[in-house]
Design a protein around this ligand. Structure first.
Ligand code: KG4
Ligand code: ZN
Length: 340
């Protein structure tokens, strides 16, 4: 006799996307994300506006997720939500909603670490996407995070490297801002980089020992470089746009690849799974593909909708936690910073 399926409603509200998903075991039935475009005018996420937008979006987003999954809330087995890390005002909207809904339905509540979720997103069932086997290295790169993690099992994870200042997505977005691109400018840098010469300009890579990262120096270096060039030629950005973008991207990709190579050398693990919005970057994808043949690595990139902030990734952690009877009570608190 087969086991009864587990239906989990997952809620993610750690930053500026309000997201809900319904999972049947490890399969996604619906995955809905409401993006908050209000922040574009400000060139970055404004916490108060994010919290207010979550309050407006959360009910319709959950409603759509349940409708798309074609199930009623009474059929749910459990509710999973993001406990942290993230913006406190944003986290509280998701956690309060999840707690009240679980209480009203009298079903278990599962608190999920957002960074854990970016990693276990690789275990969502998706045709054409392989799952890594344990142990593997996870590189989580987004607008808010930059981490290298050794993943020994679903619940045994160890951070071996992380950023000491800006996240890699911020390095892309802040460089893009210097070039006058709208927020978030990472995808635009990528687009123009593909048309330019990555060796046109040289930026020095930060000297951070071990497996940690630093991106704030690079951001300042790019700002001063562009200001100096503009003083000599006011049309520098328009004329050299593609080459500047290609050179910035090349530097960032090299920084990531250097640390990954060091992590592989230190751990002996050759399976690399990437996640987070920056994993969409064509430069990092190309470098990882090349490393498969050059260094005999096996690399994993999840489907795009599961790699940017989404609730299906919260749902997959919720599923594995549920299987272990690892529940939270209504007293569980949101945390802006949180360890695995
Ligand atoms: O995971 P995500 O959607 O949200 C969080 O930050 O958690 O990641 C968004 C980040 C932004 O910094 C965005 O500029 C960057 O991912 N990004 C990219 C690309 N696509 C998204 N950066 C470089 N190249 C891309 N193709
Ligand atoms: Zn994230």
């Amino acid at each position: 006799m087969s086991e009864k399926p587990i239906y989990i409603l997952a809620i993610e509200s750690s930053c500026d996307d309000t997201a809900a998903a319904v999972m049947r075991d490890t399969t996604v039935l619906s995955n809905v994300v409401a993006q908050q475009h209000i922040h574009e005018e400000y060139g970055g996420v404004v916490p108060e506006l994010a919290s207010r937008a979550h309050q407006q979006n959360i009910v319709p987003v959950i409603d759509v997720a349940l409708k798309k999954a074609q199930i009623t809330k009474e059929q749910l087995t459990a509710i999973a939500f993001t406990q942290g890390p993230g913006l406190m005002g944003s986290l509280l909207v998701g956690s309060s909603f999840a707690k009240s809904m679980a209480m009203a339905l009298n079903i278990p509540l599962v608190a999920v670490n957002h960074m854990h979720a970016h990693i276990l997103a690789h275990f969502i069932d998706e045709a054409g996407f392989d799952k890594p086997t344990f142990p593997f290295l996870a590189l989580t790169i987004s607008g808010g995070h930059t981490q290298i993690v050794v993943v020994n099992s679903f619940f045994d994870l160890k951070i071996i490297g992380e950023t000491t200042d800006d996240a890699v997505g911020e390095a892309f977005d802040k460089s893009a801002k210097t070039l006058g691109f709208p927020y978030p400018g990472g995808p635009l840098i990528d687009k123009y980089a593909q048309l330019g010469n990555p060796k046109a300009y040289r930026f020095t890579k930060p000297k951070v020992p071990g497996l940690n990262f630093s991106f704030s120096g690079l951001k300042t270096q790019i700002l001063y470089f562009v200001q100096k060039q503009l003083a000599e030629n006011p049309h520098f950005i328009e004329e050299q746009r593609n080459d500047i973008c290609a050179s910035i991207q090349e530097t960032i990709v090299q920084i990531l690849m250097d640390k990954l190579k060091l992590a592989v050398a230190q751990t002996g693990i050759r399976q690399i799974a990437i996640g987070g919005g920056v994993s969409a970057n064509s430069g990092i994808r190309k470098a990882l593909k090349e490393a498969e043949t050059q260094y005999n690595w096996k690399t994993f990139v999840p489907k795009f909708e599961y790699t940017t902030d989404n609730a299906a990734m919260i749902g997959i952690v919720g599923y594995y936690r549920f299987k272990e009877n690892h529940f939270s009570d209504a007293g569980v608190v949101s945390k802006a910073r949180i360890e695995f």
